[in-house]
Design a protein. Structure first.
Ligand code: NAD
Ligand code: UGA
Length: 451
């Protein structure tokens, strides 16, 4: 019997664990929610006014719940909380493996394994363990095996409750999700977790499935979304050589109610910590389970995306040629409204421009430049600007890589670009007429009116 949980612990205070638990605590004042992380700096930031994650609306949610029924703490204190918890979320990172069996494709479950061990060591009584991280199908077997070695004679149930929030809209997505997915093997623990979500999510949006379907459905959902972006980006290249305009093509395709308009925005390529790693995980699973044709199909979604980023940078390099001018890169985040730059187009494109001997000046309203350069492994030839104006001063090319609102309405007549500068709009957000009348050449993705 699993009554509605009263004490929740979440292991992992990242982009998912932090916001998700903040919303649960906000919407369920009767539940005590503790978020635990081994990264002490991250925990300190969650307990400060400068949260480690930039998300519209997050500050207000955290301010309402923190210290009331939402707590952030390190592992030592967290171990105590684990002993009292009815429900424990695993929300740690599941990156692509870099070594061993499946390196370069399979998900690395070492963080999941170590926190399963942490749970096995400290949980008492009956505990529902919930996969919140994105896992390969059948990962729950690994978790169950580790939990079985627990120290205190406790009993466990494992559920899969993958998260579908998108960065930049995380709070909206969590407060009003399209669906909440709960996969499990027995109705009682599923019902216990559903009772938490029902405190603010309409019951009809809570989908329950078997454990393996839930794990696979999460990978499948990301693969479908990424596949749409790669499909429209593949068409963007054809548009550029035929005179068709990709935004018009997307509007027509997306107005078919069977297809729908979302995720058809052509771009410099998708980024983010998950699309690539989750598709690679799917590719590995297909190969491992003997369906190489399906693996090749999904792999192509990634190949197309890599090509889209490369051909964007190649265009700039070709245009600037031997002049070796300066490129102003606007946007380091992988999309607007986040400070996350994992797998962002900027990471790849800055590297490619620098390798070609070009100078790069970057501007992003949220991404920390030093952290970005460290992650990219670049130190020379690149510098930060504090404003758009400063970034564009003396630039021979401008590359818009993130669709931040403030980039949409740049007044190029007020910028001191070199006279022959070209504007490369990797997000199709600039007004082609305005760029033209300011006297600059515009290269957008997939051709656009006034090109
Ligand atoms: P993240 O890297 O931002 O956060 C993970 C956190 O887990 C880190 O702070 C790390 O220190 C902590 N951690 C790792 N091992 C630990 C351990 N043993 N004990 C305590 N803390 C530990 O990752 P994220 O972006 O929050 O993603 C987490 C999971 O959620 C991934 O599986 C990801 O695929 C999935 N996901 C992410 C998003 C997203 O928008 N970022 C959306 C849906 C699902
Ligand atoms: C994505 C999914 O949308 C979430 O449902 C999922 O939970 C999450 O991955 C995850 O598992 O991590 P996220 O990566 O945060 O969310 O952001 P998206 O809005 O999906 O954008 C991903 C990338 O695709 C961005 O670089 C974005 O700019 C790009 N994109 C998106 C396009 O280029 N065109 C589009 O039409 C849509």
């Amino acid at each position: 019997m699993n009554p509605t949980p009263k004490k929740i612990v979440c292991i992992g205070a990242g982009y998912v664990g932090g916001p998700t638990m903040a919303v649960i605590a906000d919407r369920c004042p009767g539940i005590e929610v503790t978020v635990v992380d081994l990264n002490a700096a991250r925990i300190a930031a969650w307990n400060s006014d400068q949260l480690p994650v930039y998300e519209p609306g997050l500050d207000a949610v955290v301010r309402r719940a923190r210290g009331r029924n939402l707590f952030f703490m390190g592992q030592a204190e967290g171990a105590q909380k684990l002993a009292e918890a009815d429900l424990v979320f695993i929300s740690v990172n599941t990156p692509t493996k870099t070594e061993g069996e499946g390196a370069g494709k399979a998900s690395d479950l070492r963080y999941v394994e170590s926190c399963s061990q942490f749970i096995a060591d400290h949980a008492r009584g009956h505990t529902i363990v919930v996969e919140k991280s994105t896992m390969p199908v059948r990962a729950a077997d690994t978790i169950k095996r580790i939990l079985a070695k627990n120290l205190h004679g406790g009993t466990f149930e494992v559920l899969s409750n993958p998260e579908f929030l998108a960065e930049g809209t995380a709070i909206r997505d969590l407060e009003s999700p399209d669906r909440v997915l709960i996969g499990g093997e027995r109705p009682e623990p599923i019902e216990a977790l559903a009772a938490v979500y029902r405190q603010w999510v309409p019951a009809e949006r809570i989908i329950t499935t078997g454990l393996w379907s839930a794990e696979l459905a999460k990978l499948a959902a990301n693969a479908f979304l990424a596949q749409r972006v790669s499909s429209i980006n593949a068409l963007s290249a054809l548009c550029e050589v035929t005179g068709a305009q990709v935004d018009e093509v997307a509007r027509v395709v997306g107005s078919d109610s069977r297809i729908g308009p979302k995720f058809l925005k052509a771009s410099v390529g998708f980024g983010g910590s998950c699309f690539k790693k989750d598709i690679l995980s799917l590719v590995y699973l297909c190969e491992f389970h003997g369906v190489p044709e399906a693996a090749a199909y999904w792999q192509q979604v990634i190949e197309l995306n890599e090509w889209q980023k490369r051909r964007f940078a190649d265009q700039i390099i070709r245009q600037l040629g031997a002049s070796k001018g300066k490129v102003a890169v606007l946007g380091l985040a992988f999309k607007k409204d986040t400070n996350d730059f994992r797998e962002s187009a900027a990471l790849h494109i800055c590297g490619q421009l620098l390798a070609a001997g070009l100078e790069v000046t970057t501007y992003d309203p949220q991404v920390d430049f030093t952290t970005f350069c460290q992650a990219a492994g670049i130190s020379q030839g690149i510098q930060p600007a504090q404003t758009i104006q400063e970034a564009l001063a003396g630039a021979s090319a401008v590359a818009v890589l993130t669709e931040w609102e403030e980039f949409r309405c740049i007044d190029l007549t007020k910028m001191s670009l070199v006279a022959s500068a070209c504007i490369y709009d990797g997000r199709n957000i600039l007004d082609p007429g305005a760029v033209r009348s300011a006297g600059f050449q515009l290269h957008s993705i997939g051709g656009r009116a006034a090109d």
